[in-house]
Design a protein around this ligand. Sequence first.
Ligand SMILES: [Fe+2]
Length: 270
Amino acid sequence: MSDRKPSPFPILLNNDICSLIQAAENVYQVRFKNRGANAYLVRGKSRTIMIDVGLSSDYPSLLECLHHLDCPPEKIDIVVLSHEHIDHIGAAWHFGGRTLIAAHRLASNKIMLRDDFSMLRKMFNEPNVPINVDIWLEEGNLLDIGDFRLDVMHTPGHTSACISLFDQGSGLLFAADTLMPGGVMGGVFGSGSISDYIHSLERLKGLNSNILLSGHGRLSDTPQKDVRIAIQRSHALLSDTGQLFDALDARSNFEPIMQSVRDLNKLDDN
Ligand SMILES: [Fe+2]
């Protein structure tokens, strides 16, 4: 017999692709069973938003969950993208039109420039669909949707453009790939930095959060514990990374890049 305590979060729907789970009143997680990131629906009194939407190829399953909640895409006012990775944003183009798409300024820039490298499009083998961002967010913005007032926090580290959303009133913390249940780390990609990561986690530690709603994995009702573990692990990653860089021959790695810069500069001289 398992001694694991039962999850306090009810499952409303379960199919081969995803589960629909209630995180709190009017807050739902769509948890994909493949590589798609978690999508969240938050129904405020005045506005309904989604935070991340998963892969484009999983859209039919996302739609099934939304219909189950009697909340088809036409009822969604804003889709907020936590960062530029395609496993979080791929399905956003399906919402284009009436629904506004929002992301941090740095993510918006990458998405609008169709920066496939930053978005990891090849890694996820997703179709090349145009996602357009309408609202470029900054640290300190506030999304007041009635009942929920979500603070936009710029929490770089996983990438330069990650945001977390925090509702003081309910203690809900949407932390995407910055903080995950059990202190699992989302890793440091392209534009990211392990030092920024630690700084962002320290900021999240200071919040009076009750429920952690992450980009991957289950919901967690122990965010304070999760963030402490994540900080310990990220310090270990920082020292591992230092050793790794010491071991690499930096000169030979940077030489091809510097040569291409020199070649490009020569073109300007002519
Ligand atoms: Fe990510």
